[in-house]
Design a protein around this ligand. Structure first.
Ligand SMILES: [Zn+2]
Length: 251
């Protein structure tokens, strides 16, 4: 009973791969948009496959050329019965020349939209730890319908603070990497009712397949690693993670 709470199924040949994914025990997948085109495709895939659900949104590194009126289309897409989340949205300060003001503006506008639609959000957050925490803390009410920090990459101390704000933290292939000390520490301290699994397919493939394209079929590798570092029984952990995803996405 596995769940992938963040993947980009528009980037793989899902028709060819769905059999292998289901055989691996995947019961639910959230395919996540990052621009208008991928958001449209996310909804199409979700309407086509019963075990696939959609998130729609504009990702912070994909904002070039985006205008506020694009959010009308995001809202229209979100009206699909299979759309259960707004995302991925957030901030990413990895590249120094990035327009931080525009990122924050679109992050908060989309968080507001999610709130108006009573939907949770999937948050992309890279190299922006302090600013992201402050932004979420100050705008807490916008995240009332739930939020997940996708591919959590900040410190374990901050993980505790995000949990206090009511957020879920999702872990993927990076937790299996040798240099993943910080991620492992975070995965160890998240309460069992706030942890989620994801792959971020086609990126961040877990060991031992690192270097290949990722797939939701590799979720069991992520779950096994999480259970090992947390000292929990894998079946109990995955059952709880399945419940956590159901609570957050109401699917
Ligand atoms: Zn992603």
């Amino acid at each position: 009973m596995y769940v992938d709470t963040h993947c980009h199924l528009n980037e793989i040949d899902l028709e060819a791969e769905i059999g292998r994914i289901r055989a691996a025990g995947l019961k639910r997948m959230l395919t996540v948009g990052y621009d208008l085109e991928s958001s449209r495709r996310a909804v199409e895939l979700a309407e086509q496959y019963e075990d696939v659900y959609a998130a729609v949104g504009l990702q912070p590194t994909e904002l070039e050329g985006c205008e506020e009126r694009d959010l009308v289309e995001i809202e229209r897409l979100a009206s699909s019965k299979k759309c259960v989340c707004i995302g991925e949205i957030g901030m990413d300060y990895h590249y120094p020349e990035t327009d931080k003001e525009k990122q924050k503006k679109f992050f908060l506008l989309q968080a507001e939209l999610a709130h108006a639609l009573k939907l949770p959000v999937s948050i992309h957050s890279r190299d922006d730890a302090a600013d992201m925490f402050e932004t979420v803390r100050r705008n807490r009410q916008k995240f009332e319908y739930g939020a997940v920090m996708h591919c959590y990459s900040h410190s374990a101390e901050l993980a505790k603070e995000f949990v206090k704000l009511g957020m879920y933290l999702a872990f993927g292939g990076t937790v299996t990497y040798k240099n993943a000390k910080k991620t492992v520490e975070s995965a160890q301290i998240v309460p069992i009712d706030r942890i989620l699994t994801e792959t971020d397919t086609p990126y961040l493939t877990p060991v031992p397949h690192r270097g290949e394209r990722n797939s939701p079929a590799y979720i069991p590798l992520v779950a096994a690693k999480l259970a090992a570092v947390r000292g929990e029984e894998e079946q109990a952990l995955t059952a709880q993670i399945y419940e956590n995803a159901r609570t957050l996405f109401q699917w």
